[in-house]
Design a protein around this ligand. Structure first.
Ligand code: ZN
Length: 115
């Protein structure tokens, strides 16, 4: 029960993203990157999906587990972790999405280092 979940465009927790290492992202593979992306997207629930449409904090895994379906009978909205983000319409591997996020996070911190 949190209204903070409505702000889908500001999901990037850059501080957390800065703690990631590019080589670890790629070494971990897409499953680990998917999990980490969910944790960045939904920090309030430790990565458990929150419906971007109604804010319901329970959702079912559908398809390959990379998409979710809202558990609210009034909604049943299907979504993925990238829904409502700049990555939504892109066919990108999660390792690449995560790499892009952490590069931007490090860049904005002024350090310029990504590894
Ligand atoms: Zn919903």
């Amino acid at each position: 029960m949190s209204s903070r979940n409505q702000h889908g465009a500001h999901f990037l927790l850059l501080a957390k993203a800065r703690t990631l290492k590019l080589r670890d992202v790629y070494a971990g593979g897409d499953d680990a990157a998917f999990k980490t992306f969910c944790e960045l997207r939904w920090p309030e629930t430790n990565g458990a999906p929150v419906c971007p449409k109604c804010g319901h904090e329970k959702a079912y895994n559908i398809e390959t587990g990379r998409r979710f379906k809202c558990a609210s009978p009034a909604c049943y909205h299907k979504f993925s972790p990238t829904s409502g983000t700049i990555f939504a319409s892109r066919k990108m591997a999660f390792v690449d999405i995560l790499a892009a996020i952490l590069i931007v996070a490090n860049w904005q911190s002024g350090g310029g280092r990504t590894t």
